[in-house]
Write a protein that binds this ligand. Structure first.
Ligand code: 0O2
Ligand code: 0O2
Length: 217
């Protein structure tokens, strides 16, 4: 029996706090270089004890197996503007040496039956405790703002209906998820247009196209 949940969750709390700082740091570094960051914002949470217990009984996870079998006790969420940013963020995470990626689940190309889309990464992360190093599991969900909008609303409805949606509502939610993904696709296409336009407007391009001379000449 876990007698002291606060004590059990302490390393998870520490991991969430550290990872929030580190992931928000990525955004800052891009800003300092005057580049558009692939990360819009980062949130994090430790799963509440009631939700852990509920998932343990639903998934038949024994307390002795909790650390290995429940991957999202520590949860981080990274929100991006564009779908491509998600894959850039995943690449950045793959190159880090302070965490180890154990699993990746692409629910963007393989959306869930509900319509849910996100990129999930399960990591092993070492926390330094006074008793020594402890490696814990954490789940990082990477998604666009539109995917986040859909998931947040669907999550509250799920809570209200306890996962048992009336058929009509689940159909509408699936269609809403498609609409959100269409919005993501459209925004990506507009982004390409914007970048092309911005490139055309750079002084170099302007000089060479108006005078026939490049800046170097
Ligand atoms: P700022 O200046 O508000 O942007 P903490 O770890 O204490 O900083 P906490 O209390 O854990 O944050 O909150 P949470 O829910 O993990 O993360 C909240 C952060 O995400 C805040 O940023 C919010 O501003 C930001 N956030 C939440 N929702 C949105 C959103 O829809 N759009 C944008 N752009 N940001 C959002 P900060 O770091 O507290 O600073
Ligand atoms: P929370 O803290 O309420 O978000 P399972 O956890 O049983 O669903 P698995 O395979 O362990 O399944 O993990 P999976 O499916 O990779 O990730 C589970 C998490 O993804 C969920 O956590 C949600 O955060 C999110 N998620 C997955 N499917 C959906 C969905 O259809 N709608 C929404 N809104 N979110 C989804 P939890 O357990 O719900 O915890």
């Amino acid at each position: 029996m876990i007698a002291n949940w606060d004590q059990f969750l302490l390393p998870y709390q520490q991991a969430v706090s550290e990872l929030k700082v580190k992931l928000r740091g990525i955004r800052k570094q891009f800003e300092n270089r005057n580049e558009r960051p692939p990360i819009e914002f980062v949130t994090g949470r430790v799963k509440p004890v009631a939700s852990i217990k509920e998932k343990m009984s639903r998934r038949h996870v024994a307390e002795e197996r909790l650390e290995q079998d429940m991957q999202d006790i520590a949860g981080l969420r990274i929100m991006c503007q564009f779908v491509d940013d998600i894959y850039d963020v995943v690449d950045l995470l793959r190159r880090r040496t302070d965490l180890t990626i154990l699993e990746e689940r692409d629910y963007i190309h393989n959306e869930k039956p509900s319509g849910y889309r996100s990129y999930h990464i399960v990591i092993e992360y070492p926390v330094q405790l006074v008793s020594g190093e402890k490696k814990i599991l954490a789940e990082i969900q990477v998604r666009t703002l539109a995917m986040n909008f859909w998931a947040t609303i669907e999550h509250s409805l799920n809570y209200k209906y306890q996962g048992d949606f009336p058929e009509e509502l689940s159909g509408r939610l699936q269609r809403a998820a498609e609409a959100a993904f269409k919005l993501d696709t459209e925004m990506s296409e507009i982004r390409e247009e914007i970048q092309e336009a911005q490139q055309y407007m750079t002084p170099q391009h302007h000089d060479s196209s108006s005078t026939g001379q490049s800046k170097e000449e």
